[in-house]
Design a protein around this ligand. Structure first.
Ligand code: ZN
Ligand code: ZN
Length: 474
């Protein structure tokens, strides 16, 4: 099988991609091939012939943006035929949490492997998409218009491309769009049909296989934000307007893969001779907000925010003793909450930090983990480096998506964790991008400003003179 993970590459369409159900070519209808070629300049790519989706807008530009080229290659998954359904089900269950029953997780894993095989898609990627979209919950979406089923697919957006159980899409061949079709007749692509687990996984795999073929074609024809993986199109459709989605989905994929292969966290960094583990699995970690970034006029960021997904495990960075586990209360400090009740505290009553855990590692060194969904440790409990202490959440956060806010302290003073966690961060450590939004003042610029000021003053003088001259004498 071709590499499932990697940059968007036009797949060799002649060979059937080693999968049972690659899209079949259809004879071009006269409507699709008519007209355009005559109006185009040589070398220009014709616009896609299908109706465009209205581009969604990414309201908040992603700070800490790392170019797709900065990412190392994603780890490859075992061949589909060699994947153990029971092990994959276990990994999915641990990731999705208590809400997913063991038997259900097993069934999902079986379907992921079956459909992955059928459509030539990585089962781990299917798992990552369904976890990201719904945390493996089949229930109704919280808001209307959020899409249906495990992967929150909008049936309405795909209606136009469906004709009698065949999904029609186009690929670019020799400068022209050629229609292709994929048989998806096993289930109905409707809001109701998608509420079944199997149908959800089936269509997730089908759409992922289509976007795998289309990604490079689309990117050549439609201007998109840089991205490194076809899964971006699963959210965005034709035009990708941000790499946030793929960063998160690929993170989940790494988490699943790590769990499946039984990779235990290893300490790759140290602080004053103490081995330092990563607070999150699935390295490299991407930083969305750096230490001491300006928040508003008064406040500055007192830790580091790591891009992470709601519900992923958080680990203690070193051996130590928990000295606080509780909730941030506005204007009243913090309140201790037992681990069993930590997931049930009302979010509206929390301060900015939300649920958090502080761990003392000795020699005046401490670490803090904020905005947790819940935690598993209590005060005065001994913890080991790399031990699970809680789960990423959105507690105390108003606008941004779920993330881990992480702090390191020495003698009660916070310091920048970048230097110590460098082996776990996306090179070049992720913080150069964060600081890019406040450029350094250049000496040259100052001089230029002065020059501009003098020039402006000169213009004003001239204007005054002209005004004087043009004033009617009384
Ligand atoms: Zn693409
Ligand atoms: Zn933060």
């Amino acid at each position: 099988m071709a590499a499932l993970i990697g940059a968007c590459v036009i797949p060799s369409l002649s060979a059937a991609e080693g999968s049972g159900a690659a899209g079949a070519a259809v004879s071009a209808s006269p409507a699709a091939s008519r007209g355009w070629s005559r109006l185009l300049r040589p070398g220009e790519i014709p616009p896609p012939p299908w109706p465009r989706r209205r581009p969604a807008r990414d309201k908040r530009p992603w700070r800490g943006y790392a170019p797709p080229a900065a990412w190392p290659a994603e780890p490859s998954s075992p061949p589909v035929t060699a994947i153990d359904a029971e092990k994959l089900g276990g990994a999915l269950r641990r990731l999705c949490g208590r809400g997913l029953k063991q038997a259900t997780a097993q069934r999902y894993a079986g379907w992921m492997i079956e459909q992955g095989k059928h459509f030539g898609v990585d089962p781990f990627l299917i798992g990552a998409v369904i976890f990201h979209q719904s945390r493996c919950r089949l229930g109704k979406p919280r808001k209307r218009g959020h899409g249906e089923g495990l992967a929150r697919i909008h049936a309405a957006t795909h209606r136009r491309q469906l004709h009698e159980g065949r999904y029609r899409y186009w690929t670019l061949e020799q400068g022209a769009w050629k229609p292709r079709e994929l048989d998806v007749s096993r289930f109905a692509l409707t809001a109701r049909g998608l509420r079944k687990g199997e149908a959800s996984i089936y269509f997730t795999a089908a759409l992922l296989s289509i976007y795998k073929q289309q990604c490079a074609n689309l990117d050549a024809a439609v201007r998109s934000e840089p991205h490194r993986h076809p899964v971006s199109h699963f959210l965005w459709g034709d035009r990708v307007l941000g790499a946030r989605f793929e960063d998160r989905v690929l993170r989940v994929r790494r988490l699943l893969l790590d769990d499946y292969t039984g990779t235990t966290p290893k300490a790759r960094a140290s602080y004053r001779g103490m081995p330092l583990f990563s607070p999150l699995d699935g390295v490299p970690l991407k930083v969305s907000s750096g230490f001491y970034d300006r928040r508003d006029r008064r406040r500055r960021h007192r830790g580091v925010d790591f891009v992470s997904v709601h519900g992923e495990p958080v680990r203690a960075v070193a051996d130590g003793v928990v000295f606080f586990a509780g909730v941030d209360v506005p204007r009243r400090g913090a309140r201790i909450v037992s681990p069993a009740r930590s997931g049930r505290v009302r979010r509206s009553s929390m301060g900015r930090g939300g649920l958090f855990v502080l761990i003392q590692h000795g020699k005046g060194f401490a670490s803090g983990y904020f905005h947790l969904a819940s935690y598993t440790v209590a005060a005065r409990q001994q913890v080991k480096g790399g031990q699970l202490i809680g789960y990423v959440g959105r507690t105390g956060i108003k606008e941004s998506p779920a993330h881990l806010h992480f702090e390191l302290r020495y003698q009660k003073r916070r310091f920048n964790p970048f230097h110590h966690l460098r082996p776990y961060l996306l090179p070049p450590t992720g913080h150069t991008e964060v600081r890019a939004d406040k450029p350094k003042k250049k000496k040259k610029g100052k001089r230029g400003k002065g020059k501009l000021r003098r020039k402006r003053a000169g213009v004003v003088k001239l204007r005054r003179k002209a005004a004087k001259r043009s004033k009617p004498s009384r």
